[in-house]
Design a protein around this ligand. Structure first.
Ligand SMILES: Nc1nc2c(c(=O)[nH]1)N[C@H]1C(S)=C(S)[C@@H](COP(=O)(O)O)O[C@H]1N2
Ligand SMILES: [Mo]
Length: 254
């Protein structure tokens, strides 16, 4: 009990962080490895919170590179019939449904910036004039649920070409009206199913699902599908994301 009696706390008595516990579980389940074995393999004391962070981030970046390398830009996510649409479709955000931001359609402007030729902003009428199509795809949330929805909007690739985006840049970042933010790799931005979404099940996007604009990316996990987008920018620096910066894997796609 010496560590609890004032002075310097004994590190071994400090409860392991969420990351360490989940890393240990994943290692054990996937590879039959313990933290002790990982310490031997990496030469790092992974029971120490600082070094475990370093190991985790380097593993995570390696994981991003592997996922990017195996990402097939032409492989389509499964699509479903209208009868498969989940009703009611779940709401999710880092706050409760009543706190979702209410944007004014008449004053809304989408900012477009970074490595693009046309840095002008877009009104909702201008966005709605883009050619549109619909998809019925599955949204998968890391919190353990998935649901099938129908989303209608414009091809994000067409939009990026239209604004003269540097399509050889590495990242596209999104800023949202609720201060949420996320970013995706350019190959995913150009994927044929990546959509600037204006409608959910044939109705203008309700507030809870991201009015007036969300990105629907059926090849990525739910948290990489930003709602209430107010700015889109192209960059060669990884813009990170709300959950990504707290340790969720950045690529999170298939
Ligand atoms: N702006 C914004 N976008 C967001 C989120 C958020 O909190 N704010 N949450 C993400 C997560 S974790 C999920 S699962 C989906 C939920 O989308 P839905 O409400 O349409 O089901 O939105 C994603 N996009
Ligand atoms: Mo999610």
């Amino acid at each position: 009990m010496s560590g609890l009696k004032g002075g310097k706390p004994d590190r071994k008595l400090v409860a392991p962080s969420r990351e360490i516990v989940s890393l240990e579980r994943r290692l054990f389940l996937n590879k039959g490895l313990s933290l002790g074995a990982l310490t031997m393999l990496t030469g790092c004391d992974v029971t120490d919170a600082d070094s475990v962070q370093k190991v985790l981030w380097s593993m995570s970046r390696w994981n991003d590179a592997v996922q990017a390398a195996i990402f097939d830009p032409d492989k389509l996510a499964p699509t479903y019939p209208e009868s498969a649409i989940t009703q009611p479709f779940p709401f999710n955000a880092f706050y409760s449904e009543s706190a979702a931001p209410r944007l004014d359609a008449s004053t809304y402007k989408l900012e477009v910036g970074g490595l693009v030729r046309e840095k002008s902003s877009w009104t909702l009428d201008q966005l709605y004039a883009l050619p549109q199509s619909s998809q019925i795809t599955r949204h998968i949330c890391v919190e353990g649920w998935s649901a099938i929805g129908k989303w209608t909007g414009a091809s994000f690739k067409t939009f990026l070409q239209h604004v003269g985006a540097d399509l050889s840049a590495k990242y596209v970042g999104f800023k949202c009206a609720d201060n949420y933010y996320t970013s995706i790799d350019m190959p995913t931005a150009l994927h044929p199913q990546t959509q600037m979404t204006f409608k959910f099940v044939d109705q203008i996007l309700p507030v809870r699902y991201g009015f007036p604009l969300k990105l629907r990316i059926p090849t990525k996990l739910g948290f990489k599908n930003p709602k209430h987008i107010v700015a889109i920018f192209v960059s060669n620096e990884n813009p990170g994301g709300y959950w990504e910066d707290q340790g969720y894997n950045w690529f999170s796609g298939s």
